[in-house]
Design a protein around this ligand. Structure first.
Ligand code: CP
Length: 308
C-alpha cells in the first residue's frame, strides 16, 4: 500500500487504504477515550478555513490536540489572511509551510487545496472545496456505516436532498465505489440532482444507482438514509433555492417507513430537513457520526504525520 502525501479527493483511497485507515481510527477511539496521547508531539497543524466550519475545523483541531500536537488557526481566512490583500493561494501555502507540518484547508473554489498541495512538500488536507469534494467527511461517513452496521459492503443507501451542491454526498457516492454490492438511490428536488460527473464515475466502476422521487416508498428497503441540507449559500438565486428547500424531510412518518435496522445519517449542520423528534430514535446516527469525525481525523493526521 502506498503512503498518501495529501488528502485531496476520495479517488486517492483504495480498499486497502480504507481498511488500514479504519483500523487506525478504531485505535484512535481507544486512545481518545483514554485521554489522548503524545504521538504527534512537536508537530503543528495549520487550519486555513476560507468558509465557516464548526465541525470540520474544530474536529481536526481537537484530533491534533488529542495526539499531542499543536494548532495554528485562521478561522475566517477570506477576511483575515493575506488572501484578502490579493495574495495567491500558492504564496499563502509556501509561507504557511514554513510555520507548520500540515495544512487543513476549506475553500469556496473547487481545486484550491490541490493548488496549494502542488507547490509545497507538507501534507495538505482538503476540508471541502466548493461544491466538489469533502473527502474526510466521506471517510468518516463510511467509517460510521461500518461501525453502526458492521459492514461497508452489500448495502442499499439512499442519498437525499441537495446532491448537486452537497460536496459530502458527492464524495460519499464516489468513495462507495470501493465497496462491493452497493445500490444507491438518489432522491432530490429536480434542480439539485446528482452531478453527471459523479454518475459517470459510478457507471465506470460498476456501481448501480437509480433516481427516485418518493422518499417514503424507498425507505423500507434501505440500510442507510443519508439526508443533506440544501446548500443555500451555493444557489445563484433565491428562487432556485426556494424550489429545492423543504421537499424531503425525515420526520415521524419517514421513521415509521424506515426499516428497524436502518440508520439515519447527516453530515450536519441541519436546518429543517430532519425533525428534532427523530434525535431520540436509536436509528438516528448523525451525532455519533459527528463524534466519529474525531477518530477518523486523528487517524488521518497520524497517518500523514507519523508515517511520513
Ligand atoms: N459536515 C461539515 O462539513 O460540517 P462543517 O461545515 O461544520 O465543517
Amino acid at each position: 500500500m502506498h503512503q498518501l502525501q495529501d488528502v485531496l479527493e476520495v479517488r486517492q483511497f483504495d480498499r486497502q487504504h480504507l481498511d488500514s485507515l479504519f483500523s487506525r481510527a478504531d485505535e484512535m477511539r481507544i486512545i481518545a477515550d483514554a485521554g489522548g496521547s503524545n504521538r504527534l508531539s512537536g508537530k503543528i497543524l495549520a487550519s486555513l478555513f476560507f468558509e465557516p466550519s464548526p465541525r470540520t475545523r474544530l474536529s481536526f483541531e481537537s484530533a491534533m490536540m488529542r495526539l499531542g500536537g499543536s494548532v495554528l488557526t485562521a478561522e475566517n481566512a477570506l477576511e483575515t489572511s493575506s488572501w484578502a490583500k490579493g495574495e495567491t493561494i500558492e504564496d499563502t501555502a509556501r509561507i504557511v509551510e514554513s510555520y507548520a507540518d500540515a495544512i487543513v484547508m476549506r475553500h469556496p473554489e473547487a481545486g484550491t487545496p490541490a493548488r496549494a498541495a502542488a507547490v509545497i512538500d507538507i501534507p495538505v488536507i482538503n476540508a471541502g472545496d466548493g461544491a466538489r469534494e469533502h473527502p474526510t467527511q466521506a471517510l468518516l461517513d463510511l467509517y460510521t456505516i461500518g461501525h453502526e452496521l458492521g459492514r461497508i459492503d452489500d448495502l442499499n443507501i439512499a442519498l437525499v436532498g441537495d446532491l448537486k451542491y452537497g460536496r459530502a454526498p458527492r464524495s460519499l457516492a464516489m468513495l462507495l465505489t470501493e465497496s462491493s454490492g452497493i445500490n444507491l438511490t438518489f432522491i432530490s428536488p429536480p434542480n439539485v440532482r446528482m452531478g453527471d460527473d459523479v454518475k459517470a464515475d459510478l457507471l465506470s466502476r460498476g456501481v448501480s444507482f437509480e433516481e427516485e422521487t418518493d422518499l417514503l416508498a424507498v425507505l423500507p428497503d434501505v440500510d442507510v438514509v443519508y439526508q443533506t441540507r440544501v446548500q443555500h449559500e451555493r444557489f445563484e438565486s433565491d428562487e432556485e433555492y426556494r424550489e429545492a428547500r423543504g421537499k424531503y424531510v425525515i420526520d415521524a412518518a419517514a421513521m415509521a417507513a424506515l426499516s428497524p435496522d436502518a440508520i439515519v445519517m447527516h453530515p450536519l449542520p441541519r436546518v429543517d430537513e430532519i425533525d428534532p423528534i427523530v434525535d431520540t430514535d436509536r436509528r438516528a446516527a448523525y451525532f455519533r457520526q459527528a463524534r466519529n469525525g474525531i477518530y477518523v481525523r486523528m487517524a488521518i493526521l497520524d497517518w500523514l504525520l507519523r508515517d511520513e
